[in-house]
Design a protein around this ligand. Structure first.
Ligand code: UFG
Length: 333
């Protein structure tokens, strides 16, 4: 079985690539290295430096390989940036999916896994959030993922391509052996920022708001380990290979932690004090986002290995403390 992984040099993509290789897949990574790192790509994967905004580059890869499935990660991912640079997100994220699907359907590829987002549930009526909630993207970033889901819907109608959209909650942690992990530039995510403070690379953590309608006033999120996330992708792909229909799944542990709780667990794991201040709310933040993961557990048999925050932060700390400067391979991101 051979699969194409776009964005395979990025945080989530690189972890999925390793799991795919472990499970015997042939893997071709397609990444423009704008945000990804060449050093994050396992040596047993074929690496192609290419851009999804260049259809002729995509076509070349499909002429050289026959794919049993595609896992699409390559995307701009920052909620905040998407509200400042909306056209960058619409142009790049939406065109990337359009170009990829145009080439993939021309080559008769029948299986596609999309990395989607909990940002589609900006106004949930119930927590935990099921897949039945209204789809109301909370940002331009989320909107581009919504459009990607809709493109897949039409790809199925017209080309019989089967797909699975995985709506991630908060991806976190690192490979347990500590050789790959999260390395964004600039970093905006809570756990890596906390660990940068623990390492002395930042003076303090600023918590964005403590006046939310939550027990301690700080936002609540559902942290899911990147290896459990990777496992879900392979289960989803294998379900499609076994004849399952197109599906969407929420992907989280089903347990929420407030920002102050995350800080406290990080203090315990690192044994460092980690100074904190309370700042203003960050525009676009929902008070609480927690997944109802019943559907993916029942239908795919997904069973997270890292189902508590302590275990997640321990793996993140192993990565950050041994790679304080991320990947030193000359690429940025
Ligand atoms: N936070 C702080 N201080 C910081 C950084 C973050 O208080 O320095 C807070 C945020 O305000 C939020 C929480 O920590 O309350 C988590 O923030 P992250 O930026 O780590 O993650 P988000 O929940 O904003 O977003 C993540 C992904 C998105 C995805 C979303 C889905 O980055 O791509 O989860 O839930 F859409």
């Amino acid at each position: 079985m051979k699969v194409l992984v776009t964005g395979g040099a990025g945080y989530i993509g690189s972890h999925v690539v390793e799991l795919l290789l472990e499970r015997g897949y042939d893997v071709v990574v397609y990444d423009n290295l704008v945000a990804g790192h060449r050093a994050a790509v396992h040596q047993d994967a074929v690496f192609v430096e290419g851009d999804l905004l260049r259809p002729e580059q995509i076509a070349t890869v499909f002429e050289q390989h026959t794919f049993d499935g595609i896992l699409h990660f390559a995307s701009h991912i920052m909620v905040g940036e998407s509200m400042q640079k909306p056209w960058k997100y619409f142009r790049d994220n939406v065109s990337a999916v359009t170009n990829l699907l145009e080439v993939a359907t021309a080559h008769d590829v029948k299986r596609f896994i999309l990395s989607s987002t909990a940002n589609l549930y900006d106004q949930p009526e119930r927590i935990p959030i099921t897949e039945e909630e209204a789809l109301i993207p909370g940002s331009v970033y989320g909107e581009t993922k919504y459009i990607a889901e809709r493109q897949l819907y039409w790809a199925e109608q017209i080309y019989e391509l089967k797909y699975c959209c995985l709506r991630y909650f908060n991806a976190s942690g690192a490979h347990p052996n500590g050789h790959i992990g999260e390395a964004h530039n600039p970093e905006t995510h809570l756990i890596p920022i906390i660990l940068q403070v623990a390492l002395g690379q930042r003076d303090k953590l600023t918590i964005f708001g403590d006046d939310y309608d939550t027990p301690d006033g700080t936002c609540i999120r559902d942290y899911i380990h990147v290896i459990d996330l990777a496992d879900a992708h392979i289960l989803a792909l294998e379900a499609l290979m076994n004849g399952a229909g197109s599906r969407v799944y929420n992907l989280g542990n089903g347990r929420g932690y407030s920002n102050l709780e995350v800080l406290e667990v990080a203090r315990q794991v690192t044994g460092r004090p980690i100074p904190v201040e309370i700042g203003a709310r960050r525009p676009g933040d929902a008070a609480a986002l927690v997944a109802d993961n019943t559907r993916i557990k029942q239908e795919l048999g997904w069973s997270p290995e890292f189902d508590n925050l302590q275990a997640i932060i321990e793996t993140a700390w192993k990565w950050h403390s041994t790679h304080p400067n991320g990947f030193v391979d000359g690429t940025d991101g």
